[in-house]
Design a binder for this molecule. Structure first.
Ligand SMILES: NC(=O)c1ccc[n+]([C@@H]2O[C@H](COP(=O)([O-])OP(=O)(O)OC[C@H]3O[C@@H](n4cnc5c(N)ncnc54)[C@H](O)[C@@H]3O)[C@@H](O)[C@H]2O)c1
Ligand SMILES: O=c1ccn([C@@H]2O[C@H](COP(=O)(O)OP(=O)(O)O[C@H]3O[C@H](CO)[C@@H](O)[C@H](O)[C@H]3O)[C@@H](O)[C@H]2O)c(=O)[nH]1
Length: 462
């Protein structure tokens, strides 16, 4: 919405949220999320044609176009728990729109939703609006930005997708929204589709992207077993223009609020229409991701003589990727919990994630719909977690460093100095393959690089 305000000075944009704290932060110097370049844009537009308010009734009532971007998390209980999207917030927003509307509106689905949500929302809007002259046109306009690069993604998107109904009023609404984006996006990049295609395209895009990561992560395990190098394999296949080179970085696992949620949602939709085999196919992407996190934990414990009990392990990076403070579904949660379950003491450093957030994430029970064995109390977890604001202090007296986020600053650290402060043998487990492994070995570290030929120290029988 900040980008719309920036590019369309004649449009008044009001962001409303029921969360007062967040709106207060949006109106301050310290925004509620860290996203490079966002503060500058907000500062330029705020008070001009961009406003933040908790007065949902007033501003929704006055709007011609309402973008609904509320959260659509995975259901945690009831029918479809662990798979289906929880549409409570969406329905709440739709009821509010219906109750305050005195003029016709375009309602834009910006949240990621299951296919056919527009149909359900249409019914809620129609049945709850008291004024029979008010008409609602629903559009699906899924968002494809990635966190950490959001401003660049919004400024130069590969495409914008707008789905609407085939009726004349549906087509008119599509054109209205297309004109907003046409302020800065070339027309040929503004794609139109029917509602169901647009809704399904969003889930499919995330499923395909996540599938690439799970595929290369599966190959990373095979590389370690055979002496191949996953970076070389990824480069070799990525130069085939049919495959392409992006999203082939092997990692400790994908995280973020979207990939897992949206694949589970896709699987639920498949199951609901009787396509069990299709659901099983996509579910494997999530299972492979869980396997990769577990494999990393086992690698750490196995390398350190099968025991991490009482050992301090420095964890570098807690965010789910670099350049964000977001920790939703970050692989660091599962990895830290896995190490602590085996007795390790994790000392975590992340340049953007606050200590309260880390403690909250590690104390919350994971939604364990598929892993009943993990349902132990979380209290022992927190006793074994320390959060450090200094990476050197985090490594002081540690047996190992685990790199779990690809923050650029990690590459610049003085690892020789860190080595001096650590217990020997000192280990480094690079879950993002961002460090100079040859140099680390020269310093004396036992170095594990994901999907790369194993350090002789880690090979059985050495
Ligand atoms: N985060 C991303 O990078 C990203 C990218 C593409 C799509 N999406 C999708 O966008 C949606 C939102 O994601 P998010 O990460 O911003 O979630 P979020 O939980 O950070 O934010 C959602 C906000 O909606 C507010 N809200 C809930 N009900 C409301 C109501 N009735 N009226 C007004 N405000 C209400 C909440 O208070 C919250 O601040 C999800 O469907 C997500 O899948 C997110
Ligand atoms: O080669 C890669 C690329 C990414 N990742 C990991 O995958 C996760 C997701 O990364 P990314 O997709 O860059 O960030 P998100 O903000 O989750 O963005 C995804 O999810 C958004 C929400 O739906 C979509 O809008 C975006 O298009 C889609 O990329 C992160 O943990 C990354 O570290 C890898 O492990 N290897």
């Amino acid at each position: 919405m900040a980008m719309v305000a920036l590019k369309c000075p004649e449009i008044e944009v009001v962001v409303v949220d029921i969360n007062e704290e967040r709106i207060k932060a949006w109106n301050s110097e310290k925004l509620p999320i860290y996203e490079p370049g966002l503060l500058e844009v907000v500062k330029e537009c705020r008070g001009r044609n961009l406003f933040f308010s908790t007065d949902t009734k007033k501003h929704v009532g006055e709007a011609d176009v309402v973008f609904v971007s509320v959260n659509t998390p995975t259901k945690t209980h009831g029918i479809g728990a662990g798979r289906a999207a929880d549409l409570t917030y969406w329905e709440g927003a739709a009821r509010l729109i219906a109750s305050v509307s005195t003029s016709s509106k375009i309602v834009v689905e910006k949240s990621t939703v299951p296919v056919k949500t527009a149909e359900a929302i249409g019914k809620v809007l129609k049945r709850n609006c008291l004024n029979p002259d008010v008409k609602f046109e629903i559009l699906s306009n899924p968002e494809f930005l990635a966190e950490g690069t959001a401003m660049e993604d919004l400024q130069h998107p590969d495409r914008v997708l707008i789905g609407g109904s085939d009726t004349p009023s549906g087509q008119k609404a599509i054109q209205t929204l297309a004109e907003v984006y046409a302020h800065w996006i070339p027309r040929e990049r503004i794609l139109t589709a029917n509602l169901w295609s647009a809704e399904l395209a969003k889930l499919t895009a995330n499923a395909f992207l996540a599938q690439r990561i799970s595929s290369i992560n599966a190959i990373s395990a095979l590389c370690e077993a055979t002496g191949a190098d996953v970076s070389q394999v990824a480069h070799a296949i990525g130069t085939d223009s049919r495959i392409g080179g992006k999203f082939l970085n092997a990692s400790v696992g994908f995280g973020g609020s979207c990939f897992q949620k949206d694949i589970l949602n896709l699987c639920y939709v498949c199951e609901s229409v009787g396509l069990k085999e299709v659901a099983d196919y996509w579910l494997q992407v999530v299972s492979m991701n869980d396997y990769q996190k577990q494999r990393f934990v086992e690698r750490v414990i196995g390398a350190m003589f099968n025991t991490v009990s009482g050992k301090k392990i420095a964890v570098y990076g807690f965010a789910f990727k670099k350049d964000t403070g977001d920790t939703r579904e970050t692989p660091a949660i599962d990895v830290c919990k896995g190490l602590i379950r085996d007795g390790a003491k994790c000392c975590i450093y992340d340049p953007e994630v606050k200590a309260e957030q880390i403690f909250r994430d590690l104390s919350a029970p994971k939604f364990e719909w598929d892993r009943p064995n993990y349902s132990r109390s979380q209290s022992h977890i927190l006793e074994n977690v320390q959060v450090q604001s200094d990476p050197v202090a985090a490594a002081d007296g540690a047996h190992a460093i685990c790199v779990l986020t690809e923050w650029d600053e990690f590459k610049k650290y003085d690892f020789a100095a860190l080595y001096e402060k650590m217990v020997k043998p000192a280990f480094i487990f690079d879950g993002r393959n961002i460090l100079d492994h040859a140099k680390l070995r020269e310093i004396g570290f036992i170095t594990y690089a994901l999907g790369k030929p194993l350090d002789p120290f880690l090979v059985k029988g050495y």
